[in-house]
Write a protein that binds this ligand. Sequence first.
Ligand code: SF4
Length: 465
Amino acid sequence: MRPAASHPYTIYEYALSGSRTILAVVPVICTFWVECFIAICLPVVRAVFRIAFRPHALIATIHSVFAMNRETIKTYRHVRDVPQLTEEEVQRLAPVEAEYAFRANSYYLGLIDWTNPDDPLRRLVIPSAEELCQQGHLDASREADYTVARGLQHKYRDTVLMLVTETCDSYCRYCFRKRLTMRRNDEGTIDPEEALEYIRNHTEIRNVLLTGGDPLILATNKLERIFNALNKMSHVRAIRVGTKVVSFRPQRISQDRALLKMFQRYSTPDRRIYIMAHFSHPNELSMEAHEAIRLLKKSGCEIMNQCPIIRGVNDNAESLERLLTELMAMGVHPYYLFIGRPTLGNRTFAVPITQAWSILQEAVRPLPGLARTVRLAMSHHSGKLEVTGVDRDFIHLYYHRAADPANHGRHLICERDDLAIWFDDLTEVVPRSRVDRRRDIFRPRTWRSLQRFEFPRGSETGREN
Ligand code: SF4
């Protein structure tokens, strides 16, 4: 019998089309439930795993969430806004602030022991009246000589420094680029295009160091534009980011997933991003800083640490030993310990070369090799000089990098001077037979252009009594 015209399908056809629909729908439903199951269970499994194997990370996360909820981080741009300072202190520091900019935040100020007037972190960010001493030079390493485009310095053939901002989250009182934050400055760069164009056209450049100011103060999308442009230049093999945000405001890293994702994208196995952290004292290694370092490492960045040796902050073996030990434990490689440049306003922070050498030797003596990777160095106008030894009569130096290729790898022996705080203060000992041959080669005596910092005679350490 033929089916009626109003029922075009047989029961069999109905069943077939129904089972087809079911067959089509079942996988969708199954996939949906499996995805739901994964979405719900995976975080639970991960959380259990974290609790079991990484209790510190979990504690740090909880701590930072609570800290975040408790208060937002406030930025103070004037000394008078710092709640912990007395009216008398504010009055006394006003002339310093008028000369050199002040900036700090409530997180960092919270790491200070305010009952201790000599607290190292207090000295690091709170101005002191001694900064008004007029010794030194605003551009102590004569960076202007190597500035090839706005905000770009090209000193060593394969390396450039790109000053991407003139601002930092907070200001270190001992900063050697404090000129960038002074009212009379017009050196910073806002648009990095000119610098990027220069790098694009100079294929001998292998390393780009983003610095400033602090690059991580920039919005993530602005940073991404720079990384993206550099990423397209195949001759650039490593990108370094010099930053103190990890110490000043680690939440900038731990609370910005977009920033971490960006690092993950650009720090690849064949072209790593190096974070040049700037921890100066072990008291900066808070839970929040640990968490920021953990996340940076997870996103594929290599992390090194470099800082200057600063009088009243870390010029003692005990602090340096603790700092180096903790950095090693966190997987942060100690890189440079710098002798502070003789910058205007920084005489109060200067540590003489021989004293810095002895402090470092004492600090690393009990440490394993992993923490001894730190080098004592000076970023001089002529190059990066490593202090390789101090004996009874001499200071031994080595050109780790040199602006003049003739100096590269050169060892220097200088007369020991316990008051010398900078290379220009030293006198090289040149054997008589070599004097004539070397007449045309860079000689340190010819660089005595900067005013020498004077320490009171009779004080070996240069400390004021
Ligand atoms: S973080 Fe670096 S650039 Fe910024 S104030 Fe400190 S030393 Fe200067």
